[in-house]
Design a protein around this ligand. Structure first.
Ligand code: AMP
Length: 530
């Protein structure tokens, strides 16, 4: 074993030991809590206890327990909240709105005339829910533009990238919606809110935020995804939940076996809808929609706006408003410097990778994310980097969920600052401070390239993306050149030599070639307030 392999094994052992000791502490605490509960019925059952740790590993951090009385009061306060426009706080002048929309390239389409919420206080939300955003200065553009619409109960399509703050854009209105139902006497049981996500990792991130945000009002969440034992997920459903965050395949399984009942879902979110269609989940999504009531409120988020997504929206959303942040066409983040290295012989890529790491990962502490195309490639390169003494972890489809979660947290906490991933990790993951992305092998689509490099340069920081391009990737040269030019990046001569032609796309998720024929919502009309 290399030193890095030994260290990895030791870390796993340490983590296991910590987990065991946490578990026994937790068991003791639960016993004590149960005794206390019997003695004093007024004290609420811990949210953590109601949750299934296996079913929602991302949300398993011990939650501060709110007493039942406080929760009841919080629910009442939140349930009586009604979004107000045109009062002193929200009546922004047209010039301020125009400036905001222009600065963030926001377009709002549809028949509802609502001003954006530029400061949290303009939402008029009660303090118990504002607690969730207390560390943020202002709403992000997607929150600013969608909250008034969603809080008014309308269906909405949000065209925005992951990383734009869209989880809270839908979670906070979702909680307001659930509080209103709880106040009317609905008991936690069948879920009221469903979030469908394309990947397990994204689902876990959303569940984590939902769990944290729902604590004050006693709203429980679970996260269900495939690749893990169904039993804990079944038990969580039996105990009753308010919010389900799920990947489509496992959700359908649980519906079909009668574990999950969507008949009370009145707030539905389709997250990264374009990605789900790309991954072949269209039929699953259509079935999921058909299992939930028609009069639900539906929110759909997508990074692009191709024909397939417009069709889905027109089939399942009711007179939706549409909010587009930035261009719905394919555009690389301006915060990422893109460097393309043409390598004549694909066999030389790994040698080039080692040379590059010597340069960009000299400190061996900065976070570098390497993308491979195939699982086998990811496995081979992970081993090779370990052999060369790097502290590296990998995530790809051959790893089970626990291994993927462990790898991700070791990368996030910096103990293993190198990660090699297949495209499973390319979208949706919110990993802070990835300094470099290296595309060891070019992805299958130019969209995936844009999403991969978007893992760096996040949160206003600058990032650098290196891409190895070989004659095997020739068919992507024209598209890559376009993306580079659009972002004002240097285009290497050797890349130009592969040709600049872009094949007419048949790929459904590609936004750059669609013509907006209006779809299910009217063409953009400027909404004027004054
Ligand atoms: P998301 O697009 O939901 O994955 O969010 C990306 C990141 O933005 C997450 O780390 C959020 O915690 C963070 N975030 C959400 N809302 C805000 C906000 N209003 N201001 C700053 N960061 C935010």
């Amino acid at each position: 074993m290399s030193p890095a392999q030994i260290e990895k094994a030791e870390k796993r052992k340490r983590d296991e030991d910590v987990a065991v000791s946490k578990k026994s502490k937790k068991e003791k605490k639960e016993k004590k809590d149960k005794k206390k509960d019997k003695k004093d019925k007024k004290v609420a059952k811990p949210v953590e206890e109601k949750m299934d740790v296996d079913a929602a590993p991302a949300a398993a951090a011990p939650a501060a327990v709110e007493p039942k009385k406080t929760i009841k009061k919080n629910v009442e306060i939140l349930a009586s909240y009604k979004y107000q426009q045109d009062d002193e706080l929200t009546a922004l002048p047209q010039s301020t709105i125009d400036e905001f929309y222009k600065k963030h390239t926001i377009e709002v389409t549809g028949d509802l005339k609502l001003r954006p919420i530029l400061e949290f206080k303009q939402a008029g939300l009660p303090d118990n829910i504002l607690e969730v955003v207390k560390n943020f200065a202002n709403p992000t553009p997607i929150q600013a533009a969608t909250w008034p619409i969603t809080l008014s109960g309308r269906d909405i399509i949000g065209i925005a990238e992951t990383g734009s703050g869209k989880t809270l854009a839908f979670t906070i209105p979702g909680l307001v919606h659930i509080a209103a139902k709880l106040k009317k006497g609905k008991k936690s049981g069948k879920p009221s809110m469903l979030v469908v996500s394309p990947t397990r990792e994204l689902a876990m991130q959303s569940a984590e935020q939902a769990e944290a945000a729902g604590k004050a009002v006693g709203v429980t969440s679970i996260c269900v995804y495939g690749g893990v034992d169904k039993q804990p997920q079944r038990r969580a459903f039996q105990r009753g939940v308010d919010i389900v965050v799920a990947t489509p395949g496992r959700l359908i399984d649980l519906i079909n076996e009668g574990t999950c009942d969507l008949t009370e879902v009145s707030f539905m979110v389709l997250d990264e809808a374009d990605r789900m269609l790309d991954d072949g989940f269209e039929n699953d999504i259509r079935s999921i929609m058909s299992y939930s009531p028609k009069d639900r409120q539906t929110l759909m988020f997508s990074a692009t706006w191709p024909e397939s997504i417009r069709k889905l929206a027109s089939d399942f959303l009711n007179n939706p408003m549409r909010v587009t942040i930035g261009s719905p066409d394919l555009a690389a983040s301006q915060n990422v410097q893109q460097i393309v290295k043409v390598i004549e012989n694909p066999r030389d890529k790994e040698r080039h990778l080692l040379d590059l790491l010597k340069k960009v990962h000299k400190s061996r502490t900065n976070r570098v994310l390497i993308f491979a195309l195939y699982k086998k490639e990811a496995i081979r390169v992970e081993r090779s980097l370990e052999y060369h003494g790097y502290k590296v972890v990998g995530i790809h489809g051959d790893k089970n969920q626990q291994q993927r979660t462990e790898a991700l947290s070791s990368f996030k906490d910096g103990s293993f600052p190198l990660m090699i991933a297949t495209d499973v990790a390319a979208r949706g993951l919110d990993i802070p401070d990835v300094e470099y992305v290296i595309n060891l092998t070019f992805p299958l689509t130019i969209e995936a390239y844009v999403h991969r490099i978007g893992r760096t340069g996040r949160g206003g920081k600058k990032g650098i993306a290196y891409t190895f391009f070989t004659p095997e990737d020739k068919s992507h040269s024209g598209e890559l050149i376009n993306v580079l030019k659009q972002a004002n990046m240097e285009v290497p001569e050797e890349l130009m030599a592969f040709g600049t032609t872009v094949k007419k796309k048949t790929h459904s998720a590609y936004g750059a070639f669609y013509k907006d024929t209006g779809g299910e919502v009217k063409k953009a009309t400027k909404i004027v307030f004054d």
